[in-house]
Design a protein around this ligand. Sequence first.
Ligand SMILES: [Zn+2]
Length: 287
Amino acid sequence: MKRAALLLLAWAAFAAAQNRPLNVIAIGAHPDDCDIKFGGTAAKMAKAGYRVKFLSVTNGDAGHQAMGGGTLALRRLKEAQESARRLGIAEYEILDNHDGELLPTLEVRKQIIRAIRKWNADIVISPRPNDYHPDHRYTGVLVQDAAYMVVVPNVAPDTPPLTKNPIFLYYQDGFQRPNPFRPDVVVDIDNVWDVKINAMDAHVSQFYEWLAWVEGALDQVPKDPAARKKWLSEQRLQPLTEAVKKTLVEELGAERAAKVDHTESFELCEYGRRPTIEELRKMFPLN
Ligand SMILES: [Zn+2]
């Protein structure tokens, strides 16, 4: 039997054991962060029947060189909804907190606790709490601060607590201090790379305007829609790190791992439920 068929069987057995598909909530600081870090895996999961939600903790109202405030927040909400549609995920929610001003307050912590509970999450994914951008950093802190509280009934008592602590994971990043990212699970996203780029292409205000402006590359963005999507795909191509390659070999074997161009990787957080690495990998559509 092919590995893909075996994986599907393992997944079906898991879903049957708990009588429902897995609920996954990916949390990012801005309305494109989840797409960048998790879009490929999310598309694969959605296709396999998982319930996938993206949650942006800020509304993105600072992410542009020529517009801002409510006008930008609304534009980005529409872009995010279009991205969700292209990925096939169930929901993309944006919390109404200002971009660039996020703080790890009790109020925002409770927003996150409620969102995780309402989604009845089995898996929660967030940034690590070390990052150049304070919104990313505090999103990491906020999710960590919620990791235990989601099961505590007296905290945010207006929303019923989870009866089982979810698994908490981190997105891949390149920061080395205090410790480098550890790829516990690596997902081969080659067969959904175009889907991921197509979803990112929906964030016109970001990839073709704001981020291009920040990088001084605004004049390099092609005008033609097909050409700029190709440009985006080339921009986003990243060589696999040695740590990612090592995990990929463990998962797929050396021969198949060598053929993989695009991946998304995740690290198991020390908080929340801690499955074995084997169990964790079985929960992901690895290839
Ligand atoms: Zn961001």
